[in-house]
Design a protein around this ligand. Structure first.
Ligand SMILES: Cc1cc2nc3c(=O)[nH]c(=O)nc-3n(C[C@H](O)[C@H](O)[C@H](O)COP(=O)(O)OP(=O)(O)OC[C@H]3O[C@@H](n4cnc5c(N)ncnc54)[C@H](O)[C@@H]3O)c2cc1C
Length: 463
């Protein structure tokens, strides 16, 4: 029996999942390798961080989603390296190493958080890209109020009840709005020594408007709504330092400011996954400033027509780093592979269809830009709700999200207020143990390893 064409797909985000599904009826075998067992719906991560949704509601198991797709096998692994000459993907589960060869390869490993060369900021200002990030932020946000409740020093208490969100894109706007609502509505009656409604939430960005991709008019409307909610918006302000006790910034007029705060959220900047660099070193393909791969018009690498790069890791004119870019590119490369296997003509160059952008500002208030349509307010919020519900993978997840939302809208309550010490300190503890400690930790061989300056690989299988 001849071996079927083998497609290896790296990543189970929008790009990886939708390309796998689009190959369901193709005469190929698929191996999907991803460092988490779930498909993550990143647009709702901020609701996990602020206790509206549980992690399971936005991250169904990839294996379950694909259980009826017989030509696809799902493997849990972190890809460290790709050998383009030998057509082999090298991956590991902590420190157990494996190799998988391919006929076609789809690299869909997305992008991580960029601190613009200041990676040390991450220690004090976690980003929001993974379930781990969202749960760590949840712990930091809720614990800030907890500690403020027993802190008697007024300055310390103010510091604990000040939250700074860096980056006024959709994620920053959504997080800032949610923390204010949490403080002013959900937590209002739960404390005795503090009044959570007095919490300061500050949104900082170097740009001259919030939500730059939405244009000035929607940006102004969004800023006004945020300010009505009590969010302080500081624009044209560049963050110059982040430390344990606060954040420093430089304003447009050259003045500097320090804000004392315990909890910071980093929602600015993306950086292509490290595999982009791996591909560049071996194929000579150019990377853009954010480390994304400048693919050919058919989304392949120069000199390697069997290797496709899609989604947030690809750099392609006019394709934003959004779910639709990943979904459409995933479906496109699946069509190309199927055409090749069947000996048919390949589709023409990849073209992106812009379906618009939307974000929520607060309860009953959203912002939408679709073609010529520009909208803010209740209808925009409803449109946002409907579309996000539609794109969450899994029937159970949709029903449960709908129930959680309904309860939260009616009662202002949030059912996901559990925080654990692991969520709060897990990432930092692993970093303290040093590079590649995870495998040894699992075996129990380094319960008290000496402190190392080396941090563990940030991509280590943590979730
Ligand atoms: C907080 C947030 C909010 C967002 N809101 C919106 C929104 O409202 N609307 C919108 O359209 N877009 C939004 N986006 C962007 C959207 O989520 C991304 O554009 C989309 O997820 C990109 O899909 P992808 O498949 O390229 O990458 P991802 O979804 O990031 O998936 C990457 C996959 O690769 C895996 N992976 C990474 N490295 C490795 C490795 N070395 N080995 C193995 N596996 C690996 C990851 O675990 C993951 O499964 C948001 C993003 C974030 C972070």
């Amino acid at each position: 029996m001849t071996k079927r064409h083998h497609v290896v797909i790296i990543g189970s985000g929008f790009g990886g999942l939708f390309s796998t599904k689009a190959l369901k009826h193709a005469d190929v075998d698929i191996t999907l390798i991803a460092r988490t067992t779930h498909h993550l719906f990143q647009p709702l991560l901020y609701q996990v961080a602020t206790g509206v949704l549980s992690e399971g509601e936005i991250a169904p198991a990839t294996r379950e989603i694909l259980r009826h797709q017989k030509n696809a096998q799902v493997l849990l692994g972190l890809v460290d390296d790709i050998d383009l000459a030998e057509k082999v993907v090298k991956w590991r589960f902590h420190d157990e190493y494996q190799e998988t060869s391919y006929d076609s390869l789809i690299v869909a490993t997305g992008a991580g958080q960029s601190y613009f060369g200041n990676d040390q900021f991450a220690r004090y200002a976690p980003g929001m890209k993974t379930i781990d990030d969202a749960l760590e932020l949840r712990a930091r946000i809720f614990n800030a109020f907890e500690v403020a409740e027993f802190t008697t020093d007024e300055a310390e208490r103010r510091k604990l009840m000040t939250f700074v969100v860096v980056g006024a894109g959709p994620t920053g706007v959504e997080v800032a709005g949610q923390i204010r609502e949490l403080a002013a509505a959900t937590l209002r009656r739960d404390f005795r020594s503090i009044d959570p409604a007095t919490a300061r939430v500050i949104l900082v960005d170097g740009a001259d408007q919030v939500l730059p991709p939405f244009g000035p008019k929607l940006g102004r409307a969004t800023q006004k709504k945020l300010e009505e909610l009590g969010v302080e918006v500081k624009l044209k302000s560049l963050v110059t330092n982040v430390d344990e006790g606060g954040i420093e910034m430089k304003h447009e007029d050259g003045t500097t400011e320090r804000i004392e705060c315990f909890c910071k959220v980093w929602a600015a900047g993306v950086k292509g996954s490290d595999l982009g660099q791996t591909l560049a070193e071996q194929s000579g393909v150019e990377l853009d400033r954010a480390g994304r791969v400048k693919v050919l018009p058919n989304l392949t690498l120069p000199g390697h027509p069997e290797v496709f790069v899609i989604g947030d890791l690809m750099s392609f004119p006019d394709v934003p780093g959004m779910a639709q870019g990943a979904i459409q590119s995933g479906r496109y490369v699946a069509k190309t592979i199927e055409a090749r296997v069947e000996g048919k003509d390949e589709p023409g160059h990849f073209t992106y269809f812009d379906k618009g952008s939307m974000a929520t500002i607060a309860k009953y208030s959203g912002v939408v830009k679709i073609g010529p349509i520009r909208m803010t307010g209740f209808i925009a919020w409803l449109a946002w709700l409907f579309l996000h519900l539609l794109y969450i993978a899994g029937f159970k997840q949709r029903v449960s999200t709908l129930i959680s939302w309904t309860l939260s809208f009616i009662t202002n309550g949030r059912s996901q207020r559990v925080v654990t010490n692991q969520q709060l300190v897990g990432r930092l503890a692993i970093e303290e143990l040093g590079a590649h400690s995870s495998g040894r930790l699992i075996r129990g061989t380094v319960p008290a390893a000496p402190r190392s300056n080396q941090t563990d690989n940030p991509n280590t299988l943590k979730e």
